[in-house]
Design a protein around this ligand. Structure first.
Ligand SMILES: [Zn+2]
Length: 527
């Protein structure tokens, strides 16, 4: 069973009453907009979007919200920003910090909108709201009051659930200093049922400088913010959430999720939502993680793969299993091959987990009609785009064995575009091929028996009537057998004379993409 169906089954079971009454279920996800969003967040996005999607596919009314958390304080400066320029904002809510780029209201809007655009692009879009708006709207007020009234209960829960001890004078709220605008540097010292007393100093957080102000203020309507585990619990209530998961790191025993759930039940007197954790999304490779200090961002990932293929990557692995992806290696060609295999199954009418995943790799509006088309292997397209003499459509037409449809041509253009991007930015050297115009200098090092073998191959090729990949493949193996060379010795010699390196695409197929005369001439140049 497709994992998302299983997760959704649990949601449906828990909320059957609500569903029967025709009430909407609420799915919620959030991301703190503290910098370019890391690629790992796409797993959380996929989890929530796909559960909302499956619910809707089952005809269940669903509201799917995405929160740009713009009310968290800046607690670190991304390495691609000027530390000197931003250190004065440490501890300030992200929505009060200027955007690093002109044209955005504030810091959080810039990074938040960048991520929302990615989500929209890959079909994981939701109704977007901001944490600051939620606090200002007063919807958090009821929970803030309960939290302040029950701080002893909360201290006990922290101790019981997560073994974390909070000081006796701890008030579980931070207010925004009226003088300097910081959140992390304030310490609340009293709660009289309507207002809190606070001081703003550098002693509260090592990394946030306070201004020394002392004051009294209402903690409601956006003046104050709950610490994050309580903030999470209060949002379950304020948004009346029915499904919300979270990162694996928050789901450990005694972790944030358990604390938030206990507080939701005991202090806020509300049933916490269904939820499961999402595992990590590890993106390897030096190029991806070091480019402009961006680390591997969600945006870079969304540029690297077409929508359907990226969705497939995010959906095919069960949400509780890790995804490791290295764009420098063969992960991308392999992923396209998987897409092609699933597509073939889908178009031949198979109904199983694979075809379910394939279906959900498409947007709801596309699922009625996924046009059948010829899918040329990505690795072959990636080779074609490196061969300037080649007419890619003509090559694919030959592979298909009949004329190309407009859908075929669109697919070729799409794959060629992503292949070029991959080769230009990420692909390891072993995937880069250049057909050598002259006999490469590396051929000078070839041993005599390899040179002789190539000349035998030239004779064999010359006598061929049919010059296609399969026939060449057989012919090459015949010659190899006759010479007694190992496959590696023989094939690497072939690659060296054409590409100047010891490896290349499947050899028979590779030679078939060249002119027969060119092949025989080149093979004979060594003897
Ligand atoms: Zn202050």
């Amino acid at each position: 069973m497709f994992w998302a169906e299983k997760v959704t089954d649990d949601v449906v079971r828990k909320y059957s009453d609500k569903i029967e009454k025709g009430e909407s279920l609420v799915v919620r996800d959030e991301k703190t907009a503290s910098g370019h969003v890391h690629v790992g967040s796409l797993r959380s996005a996929a989890l929530h979007a796909i559960v909302a999607d499956v619910l809707r596919m089952r005809g269940i009314k669903t509201d799917f919200f995405f929160e740009i958390n713009d009310f968290d304080p800046m607690d670190g400066i991304p390495k691609y920003l000027d530390e000197k320029e931003y250190e004065k904002y440490m501890g300030m809510p992200l929505n009060m910090i200027p955007s690093p780029v002109e044209g955005f209201d504030n810091f959080a809007e810039y990074y938040g909108q960048e991520y929302v655009e990615v989500l929209e692009k890959i079909g994981f879009g939701a109704e977007v709201y901001r944490a600051s708006e939620l606090y200002k709207s007063g919807k958090m007020n009821g929970s803030i009051r309960k939290v302040l009234d029950n701080r002893d209960v909360i201290r006990r829960i922290y101790m019981e659930v997560s073994k974390s001890e909070k000081a006796e004078d701890w008030y579980p709220i931070n207010v925004v200093c009226e003088k300097c605008g910081k959140l992390s540097s304030t310490k609340v010292t009293d709660w009289d049922g309507e207002t809190v007393a606070y001081t703003c100093s550098s002693n509260v957080q090592e990394w946030a400088e306070g201004c020394g102000h002392e004051g009294r203020i209402s903690p409601f309507d956006g003046n104050g913010k709950l610490p994050w585990k309580l903030d999470w619990a209060a949002k379950f209530v304020a948004m009346d959430v029915d499904f919300e998961g979270g990162g694996k790191d928050h789901y450990s025993k005694g972790g944030a999720r358990q604390v938030a759930e206990a507080i939701t039940r005991e202090v806020l007197e509300h049933e916490p939502p269904c939820g499961v954790f999402n595992e990590f999304f590890l993106v390897g490779g030096k190029k991806m993680s070091s480019s402009k200090g961006n680390a591997a961002t969600a945006k870079a990932m969304a540029e690297l793969l077409p929508v359907h293929v990226l969705r497939l990557l995010l959906l095919k692995t069960p949400i509780n299993r890790q995804i490791s992806f290295d764009p420098e290696g063969d992960a991308i060609p392999v992923l396209f091959d998987t897409f092609d295999r699933l597509a073939e199954k889908y178009w031949s009418g198979v109904e199983d987990d694979d075809t379910q995943v394939f279906l959900y790799s498409h947007l709801p509006s596309e699922r009625e009609n996924i046009p059948k088309r010829f899918l040329p292997r990505f690795s072959q397209i990636a080779f074609f785009v490196q061969m300037p003499h080649m007419d890619i459509e003509e090559e694919v037409r030959e592979m298909k064995g009949e004329d190309l449809t407009s859908e075929d041509k669109e697919e070729i253009a799409l794959r060629a575009k992503y292949a070029r991007m991959w080769l230009d930015n990420y692909a390891d050297e072993k995937f880069i091929f250049e057909l050598q115009k002259e006999l490469p200098k590396e051929t000078a090092d070839l041993p005599e028996e390899q040179k002789k073998a190539l000349s035998l191959l030239a004779d064999a090729v010359e006598g061929m009537d049919v010059f296609d990949g399969q026939t060449l493949h057989e012919k090459i193996h015949e010659v190899k057998e006759a010479t007694g060379l190992s496959p590696k010795e023989f094939f690497s010699a072939i690659y060296v004379v054409f590409l100047g390196k010891e490896s290349g695409p499947k050899v028979g197929w590779f030679l078939s993409t060249l002119e027969k005369e060119f092949v025989t001439e080149r093979l004979r140049l060594l003897t």
